[in-house]
Design a protein around this ligand. Structure first.
Ligand SMILES: Nc1ncnc2c1ncn2[C@@H]1O[C@H](COP(=O)(O)OP(=O)(O)OP(=O)(O)O)[C@@H](O)[C@H]1O
Length: 602
């Protein structure tokens, strides 16, 4: 392999996609095209008992529900297709919690222009490629840490004895899955047909958190073999040693799951454990890679621990580009898992990748020439067709030549026969030659006109391309503006609903106060009426009489002191008697004082 590094190192690219929120509560929100905010649910405290309110995370790009599948494709996959055509490898994968939209992003669905990255990638046309290409696809899944060929029609649901091994190619040093089917495809439709058939064989199941949850990691590989075309000819130039073999791998990882939330049991639980284990290993590999780069150490990276990490080892070692799409579900119940996902994304962005230039393979090094068998068949067909046109003429030209046998030098009969034969054939040949020349002229004229037309078309194409690029740029600008406005609109809507909630609260509070004031008024009114009644009572003659009587009683002079003195000279008994009498009289009086002022019947 003559692959060479271009020396530049870039951070591993991580993009974030926030799924549409499913309810009012949301723990993730887009700040701008590069930052997301993770907001803790009410009363959330970390394990260290610290209060966590919100935290910002940086990405290379952020998408939310306002971005379409087409936007994601143009930002995340289109440049990888160009990378593929120019002979470089790329790995594009989705990562996230179960139900966060990984499969939706990668595969999508046919409804409402919702097809995902994979079908869109297959449907890309290159206008600038002047090379002869052949496209091969393979599709594998890693289920319970075993590798299976999804293009294999005999793959049963039990997957008995069909697991494949991963090997490292001695020439290219790339990891590959051994003995899998690689199908050459001629069109996007053909590739998608193969993909859909294979998709039926994928392990998918209903879980509590996702009604069609991927139980395996799926890896779709597009292999492009290209060679420059031989000058003025329609077949590849095999002498120049510039055959490019490049791969683009589109990976839909299974989502991390917590048994506590999924309530998985038996088979689902075993799957879940394997999924989590391989994701953990992926995480450990990335972290070790980052730490090695930071500390300039060479501690072993545990790629071999799982099939997934072993298969992508070469990518992480710097061969090819990697882009990770982190999918997040903004619902509050996913907060803790999203926190882990964000931490992983942050660590991944700290990994530096040494960029590779196109890998050119020297022909002799390859065991199997990567020519497209279809192309070869096609060329043979065309060749035989054009040769075939002249076949009858050739046959006619050399059919039944006369036996050249003379009895003696005077054998005029034989000489005449031979002369006649060759004269006729000479005339025939001349006429063929004329036809051939005429045909050549016609063909040359046709070719010239086609070439002219081709030149014109290509010029027009370049003009149109320029225009298209201008329009694309304009569209992108308008699209950005539109999204910005949409986001502003959304935040205004949120502010409005918050304001309305406040207003509603105020209104309710006002009404409650009014109600309280009314009740107070009512109570006051009742008190006033009671007072009025009391005043009315005060004015009644009965009351005045009673008052007069009372006054009279109080105004009546008390026993003169002298009597009292006399009483004291009497015996104790008398004294006690008189005291008792006086007391009882007083009692009587006091009873009259205690009589109600207001008559009972009032
Ligand atoms: N951006 C989005 N727009 C519209 N629908 C979405 C989006 N993201 C996810 N969904 C919907 O949410 C549901 C779950 O998504 P999906 O199956 O892609 O999750 P997943 O991450 O692949 O889950 P798992 O790891 O369990 O396979 C699907 O019905 C999908 O259509």
């Amino acid at each position: 392999m003559a692959g060479n590094q271009d020396g530049s190192s870039k951070s591993l690219e991580v993009v974030c996609r926030i799924a549409p929120k499913n309810g009012k509560e949301s723990c993730v929100s887009l700040v701008d095209d590069r930052y997301v905010k993770l907001i803790a649910p009410m009363n959330y405290v970390t394990r260290n008992n610290d209060a966590f309110v919100e935290k910002l995370f940086k990405f290379d790009c952020v998408f939310d529900e306002n971005d379409t599948q087409r936007d994601i494709f143009r930002r995340c996959s289109l440049d990888f297709v160009e990378n593929l055509i120019s002979g470089n490898d790329s790995l594009l994968f989705t990562y996230g919690v179960t139900g966060s939209g990984k499969t939706f992003t990668m595969t999508g669905n046919a409804e409402n222009d919702n097809s995902g990255l994979l079908p869109r990638t297959l449907d890309t046309k290159s206008l600038s490629n002047s090379r002869c290409c052949a496209v091969f696809i393979s599709y594998i899944e890693i289920y319970n840490d075993m590798c299976y060929d999804l293009l294999d029609e005999n793959l049963t649901d039990e997957r008995l004895f069909t697991s494949k091994n991963i090997r490292i190619d001695s020439v290219t040093r790339k990891a590959y899955v051994e003995k899998i089917k690689e199908v050459e495809v001629e069109s996007c439709d053909e590739a998608i047909e193969q993909f859909l058939q294979a998709q039926e064989r994928r392990k998918i199941a209903k879980t509590l958190l996702n009604k069609s949850s991927s139980r395996s990691h799926s890896i779709f590989i597009i292999r492009l073999v290209s060679a420059s075309l031989h000058k003025d000819k329609y077949y590849p130039d095999s002498t120049k040693n510039d055959i490019h073999v490049a791969e683009m791998s589109l990976v839909d990882l299974a989502g991390s799951e917590r048994a506590k939330r999924t309530l998985n049991t038996d088979e689902r639980l075993a799957e879940s454990n394997k999924i989590n284990q391989s994701l953990l290993t992926l995480r450990q590999c990335m972290e070790r890679l980052r730490d090695n780069q930071r500390t300039q150490q060479h501690l072993p990276v545990p790629y071999r621990d799982t099939k997934l990490t072993y298969l992508f080892k070469t990518y992480f070692e710097g061969f090819g580009r990697i882009r990770m799409i982190v999918c997040v579900n903004p619902q509050s119940t996913d907060f803790e898992e999203n926190l882990h996902v964000m931490a992983f994304a942050k660590a991944s962005r700290e990994i530096k990748q040494v960029q590779q230039k196109g890998q050119t393979f020297v022909l002799q090094e390859l065991n199997n020439l990567p020519f497209s068998q279809r192309d070869i068949q096609q060329w043979n067909k065309e060749f035989s067709k054009s040769i075939g046109k002249f076949q009858p003429l050739l046959m006619e030209l050399f059919d039944n030549p006369p036996v050249i046998e003379l009895s003696d030098y005077n054998d005029n009969i034989s000489i005449t026969r031979i002369r006649e034969y060759y004269t006729t054939k000479m005339a025939l040949k001349n006429s063929y030659m004329e036809t051939v020349e005429k045909n050549t002229e016609t063909f040359a004229a046709a070719l010239k006109s086609r070439l002219c037309f081709g030149d014109m078309t290509s010029e027009k194409n370049s003009e149109l391309m320029e225009e298209l690029n201008g329009l694309r740029a304009e569209y992108a600008k308008m699209d950005n503006n539109y999204k910005q406005l949409k986001r502003q609109n959304n935040s205004l809507k949120t502010a409005l609903s918050r304001y309305e909630a406040f207003e509603e609260n105020d209104k309710r509070r006002g009404e409650e106060e009014e109600q309280r004031a009314r009740e107070k008024d009512k109570a006051l009114h009742a008190q006033r009426r009671t007072i009025q009644k009391l005043e009315a009572v005060l004015d009644t003659p009965v009351f005045s009489n009673n008052v007069a009587k009372l006054r009279q009683q109080f105004d009546t002079p008390k026993e003169p002191p002298i009597n009292r003195l006399r009483d004291t000279t009497t015996t104790d008994e008398n004294s006690r008697d008189s005291t008792t009498k006086n007391n009882s009289r007083y009692d009587r009086r006091s009873k009259s004082v205690c009589r109600p002022l207001i008559p009972k019947n009032y």
